[in-house]
Design a protein around this ligand. Structure first.
Ligand code: UN1
Length: 513
């Protein structure tokens, strides 16, 4: 762990003293079992974190509840100022935090830095937003009446995040929720607990420097059982959860059973359509980064390439040639393109997917496999693979969180490609590569892509924070990050005020006493 400045980064993030599994004391209560975090990069133990017991959880909820009572009274632009200071700290700590993300999760250092950049960007966005939490005013049908709507804070927002974006997805949620006047309780993935503690350390410092109640940001640690404490808790009006479709269905049902709100960002099965009018060079960059970036572990990763039969061989050859250039290895070494998968369970899933696609009649054209030997001791490094397949294969219908790309062929009109693209249960991200205006516009039209994200001449991953992020169908329907995604973190109130001495009823109803 001494290589690539990891120890220094842990030090800068205040993580060197938590190696005994002690709590950081910064509103992070933990007296439960210990989770040990091993790096998929080299298999080394990075640190230990204590999990949250049901009793600890109660303490967290008490702190969060009392903190909310103060926080909601602070004017939104002042809350924005706190988020601005948080963004400043992230700028200072971008390198160590990016490094920790890379080391604990396994994505490339560049992508780790990119993730911290998303946090900084959403802070900037939230600061501006803190002066723009606008409601509408309406004209009342009654004389001497005024009608308008306002947005109030919701309360405690529960955030359940996944290992693949261990810091950014929390920040998308929490930066918005904070300016909205909510307090947040975060359960990071148990696969990346130190990223959670590092972020909590940073915000806890800002909170302390400003003499604010510590429960504005709370951290709880553990597996799904700790998450369930929140999903079943009516003190948590909104649960924002990122992860698998399976997890999302469980969360959605638990939260709905108590009529709470959930914001779900679940699996994707993202495709790029490559039409005869595509720029092949751009297609190759977009498809390869989309499929192998983050070792295929983004919810926006490119899983399917839907290629027109007239250019199929050309595109296939170009993509296969690009795969030959890929360097797999330590993600902190910037010469490498592809790092490890998160753990050996993910490696088994990857292997099973490759077996399954062959069993269903697919043809492997870029051989996969698990890497062994020097530099690959963690057992988590795999070769990005490509298979020719059919859209209706069960494995193609399924999101495998690994670098496996399926090539699918279409013929005739772009409508046929759109039907294949839409022919899965997921609906997160989609893209078309074409210089043909008609094809592009049809792809974006009401009968085009059914996804929450639809791009032209850009791949499926790497969305900017300014747009609303999320997807349809079994992706869960939630929207996070930019645009008006903030509205889900607030409650809307319609207010009608009568400034006359009469009391006329709406709809012209007469009621004389
Ligand atoms: C995720 O994988 O859960 O669009 C989030 C992207 C990133 C976020 C991915 N900005 O690929």
């Amino acid at each position: 762990a001494t290589a690539f400045g990891i120890n220094k980064a842990l030090d800068q993030l205040g993580l060197s003293e938590i190696n005994e599994g002690t709590s950081t004391g910064l509103n992070h209560f933990g007296s439960g079992e210990i989770i040990s975090s091993y790096s998929p990069v080299d298999g080394a133990l990075i640190g230990k974190v204590k999990t949250t017991s049901p009793a600890d959880y109660e303490k967290v909820m008490e702190t969060a509840t009392s903190s909310f009572k103060e926080w909601r009274l602070m004017p939104a632009p002042q809350r924005g100022e706190i988020v601005r200071q948080f963004g400043e700290k992230l700028r200072e700590l971008k390198e160590p935090l990016g490094k920790l993300v890379s080391y604990e999760m396994g994505k490339s250092y560049q992508e780790g830095l990119g993730e911290v950049q998303e946090m900084i960007d959403i802070c900037d966005f939230a600061v501006g937003l803190s002066r723009q939490l606008h409601g509408l005013t309406m004209h009342s049908e009654r004389p001497g009446h005024r009608m308008y709507e306002q947005y109030h804070p919701l309360g405690i927002v529960g955030i359940i995040s996944a290992f693949n974006f261990p810091v950014a997805v929390w920040a998308w949620n929490t930066a918005l929720a904070w300016v909205c006047g909510d307090v947040c309780v975060w359960k990071p993935s148990e696969k990346t607990p130190l990223c959670g503690v590092a972020c909590q350390n940073i915000i806890a410092q800002v909170i302390k420097e400003n003499n604010l109640p510590e429960g504005i940001s709370c951290l709880i640690n553990g597996d799904y059982k700790v998450g369930e404490l929140m999903t079943n808790d009516s003190r948590v009006p909104l649960v924002s959860a990122t992860g698998s479709i399976r997890m999302g269905k469980i969360v959605a049902q638990a939260v709905a059973a108590r009529l709470g709100k959930s914001l779900l960002e679940l699996g994707g099965n993202n495709a790029i359509i490559v039409t005869p009018d595509a720029d092949i060079k751009m297609t190759v960059i977009g498809a390869v980064f989309g499929a192998v970036g983050t070792a295929g572990q983004r919810c926006t990763s490119t899983r399917r390439l839907i290629i027109h039969d007239s250019i199929y061989d050309k595109v296939k050859d170009a993509v296969v040639a690009a795969y030959k250039q890929l360097r797999i290895g330590n993600p902190l070494d910037e010469n490498n393109h592809v790092g490890p998968l998160i753990d050996t369970d993910a490696v088994s899933m990857y292997k099973k997917a490759l077996e399954k696609v062959v069993a269903e009649g697919g043809k492997i054209i870029v051989e996969g496999g698990v890497l062994a030997g020097e530099g690959y001791e963690s057992g988590c490094y795999v070769k990005p693979a490509i298979a020719e397949a059919q859209n209706d294969f069960e494995i193609v219908q399924h999101e495998t969180f690994a670098p496996v790309l399926y090539l699918l062929k279409y013929s005739g009109d772009v409508e046929n490609a759109i039907a294949i693209q839409n022919g899965v249960v997921q609906g997160l991200s989609s893209a078309i590569m074409t210089n043909n205006l008609r094809e592009a516009e049809r792809f974006l039209s009401a009968w085009g892509s059914d996804c929450g994200i639809a791009n032209v001449n850009i791949g499926t991953s790497g969305a900017e924070i300014g747009g609303a992020f999320g997807g349809e169908k079994e992706t869960g329907g939630g929207r996070e990050s930019g645009s008006d995604a903030w509205k889900v973190y607030m409650r809307r109130q319609t207010n009608t005020i009568n400034y006359t001495t009469e009391l006329p009823l709406a709809q012209g109803i007469k009621f004389d006493l």
